[in-house]
Design a protein around this ligand. Structure first.
Ligand code: IMP
Length: 195
């Protein structure tokens, strides 16, 4: 079965392909010649993931999954959440986003937060969701140079280091995206493996 991963990020596709049962061939939006950015206009992570998987299913008649991730900060009522990429403006500027978050949290005592990844899978017109969460806290200044996005200011529960200081293998094992993808992969291995 050909399965579309609704992303233009070839690295993400390569990583996930290695974990899938043989019998499932992953194709990206680039492989399909889809250059347009699918609008993410929903106000939830679930909604945006579904918009992307539905778009491919409806327009190309191919089974598809899509992911969407956000950082949800308790003292800010779940901000930046679905707006994580563009918190400080339309450009996905990680440092500006972190600076804005640190400023908005400056007078808050509660610094608890969690990353959440949602994957929506549309194989036959019906949508299934898989979710991964990692809880932690937002520290007061940036630490570490690994990773991307908000990693330098997020310290996962049970660790002294931020995601930007921890090795990628640990982030993948305890992190939001790794957890969501392992649920998707278990589902595909259980229900759609051909050998
Ligand atoms: P996306 O849905 O994977 O594109 O993620 C949306 C935004 O959330 C990114 O632009 C980052 O700002 C943030 N983000 C997603 N995943 C991570 C992560 O693993 N670490 C830090 N920030 C992340």
């Amino acid at each position: 079965m050909k399965l579309v991963f609704a992303t233009h990020n070839q690295n993400k596709v390569r990583e996930v392909q290695q974990l899938l049962p043989s019998g499932i061939e992953l194709v990206s939006l680039n492989d399909l010649g889809i250059t347009e950015v699918i609008p993410e206009t929903a106000n939830t992570l679930e909604g945006n993931a579904k918009l992307k998987s539905d778009y491919v299913y409806k327009n190309y008649n191919l089974p598809c999954f899509a992911d969407d991730t956000g950082l949800l900060v308790d003292a800010l009522n779940g901000e930046p959440g679905v707006y994580s990429a563009r918190y400080a403006g339309t450009r996905n500027d990680a440092h500006a986003n972190m600076d804005k978050l640190l400023k908005n949290l400056a007078d808050k005592e509660n610094r608890s937060a969690h990353f959440k990844t949602v994957i929506s899978l549309n194989l036959t017109g019906k949508t299934l969701f898989f979710e991964g969460i990692v809880t932690g806290e937002i520290i007061t200044s940036k630490k570490g140079d690994k990773g991307f996005g908000y990693d330098p200011i997020f310290r996962p529960e049970g660790y002294k280091e931020t995601f930007a200081e921890l090795p990628l293998e640990i982030k993948n094992k305890i992190g939001h995206r790794g957890k969501a993808f392992s649920k998707l992969i278990t589902h595909l291995n259980t229900h759609h493996a051909t050998n």
